[in-house]
Design a binder for this molecule. Structure first.
Ligand SMILES: NC(=O)c1ccc[n+]([C@@H]2O[C@H](COP(=O)([O-])OP(=O)(O)OC[C@H]3O[C@@H](n4cnc5c(N)ncnc54)[C@H](O)[C@@H]3O)[C@@H](O)[C@H]2O)c1
Length: 223
């Protein structure tokens, strides 16, 4: 049974892709079954954490056997919605937008960016990895015709709110927001903000602490 996503914590959902990575590797190596302890060891986690996460999605292993790998992959992909590839439009075909449009890996994870939109006349009409860039004015019409529900937002920060509002008015149901702007849009619209700056803050603060510790050790050694 697949549990409702709303009943599963965000940290658990964020760990599932790394479980899938280990499962696919194990399957390629010819394994049929896998234990939560094996997954935990590979990811430097506690086995109890892995068991809890998997159980939260609605699957439990068999005692002494563990999980059937193919079955567990299917279950997790179904839970994450990766088995149903969804088409998406991207708005803002700059440095980041172009990179995302050219990345094939999203397709395996349920997202297929089919076209881009921009206001820059030099970009409109060009193709990125076989995907055309249209004028932003065409967004509502193409959205309706192609039944697109997901928008990827990669415009400059100072355009983010205005463009997001336009996407919502046009009928978008979910926005993958790569800008650092907290969008003010109706609650029924699903928004997921990619918080690169938060991730970078963790990296840089850990690096600072490590450097300070090394400096202390160094000065201690010199006393
Ligand atoms: N480049 C990165 O690695 C990176 C990383 C993290 C976050 N971001 C965020 O992603 C966003 C885009 O960054 P970038 O580096 O790709 O910027 P960029 O300036 O290279 O690209 C922005 C694109 O948006 C287009 N644009 C401007 N106004 C528009 C509008 N009203 N409608 C449609 N398109 C419009 C521009 O013509 C341009 O093609 C920014 O908000 C940035 O903060 C970028």
């Amino acid at each position: 049974m697949i549990m409702k996503v709303s009943s599963v914590s965000l940290p658990t959902i964020k760990r599932l892709p790394s479980y899938l990575h280990i499962l696919r590797q194990a399957l390629e190596e010819g394994h049929e079954n896998i234990s939560s302890a094996y997954i935990a060891r590979a990811l430097h986690l506690e086995a109890i954490q892995v068991r809890k996460d998997l159980s939260a999605t609605g699957i439990s292993g068999q005692s002494g056997v563990g999980f059937n790998i193919a079955g567990l992959i299917k279950h997790l992909e179904d839970f994450l919605g990766w088995n149903n590839s969804r088409d998406a439009f991207l708005v803002g075909c700059g440095n980041l937008g172009v990179a995302l449009m050219g990345y094939e890996g999203f397709r395996e994870r349920g997202l297929n960016i089919v076209a881009g939109f921009d206001v820059d006349k030099n970009k409109i009409g060009k193709e990125i990895s076989g995907k055309k860039i249209f004028s932003l004015e065409k967004f509502p019409d193409l959205l309706e015709r192609l039944h697109i529900k997901i928008g990827v937002l990669t415009v400059p920060q100072n355009r983010a709110q205005q463009v997001a509002g336009y996407m919502v008015e046009s009928g978008i149901e979910a926005i993958w927001n790569f800008t650092s702007v907290r969008l003010d849009i109706p609650e029924h619209i699903i928004v997921e903000r990619v918080e690169l700056e938060c991730s970078l803050a963790v990296l840089s603060s850990r690096l600072r602490e490590k450097n300070e510790e090394s400096a202390e050790e160094f000065s201690g050694a010199n006393v």
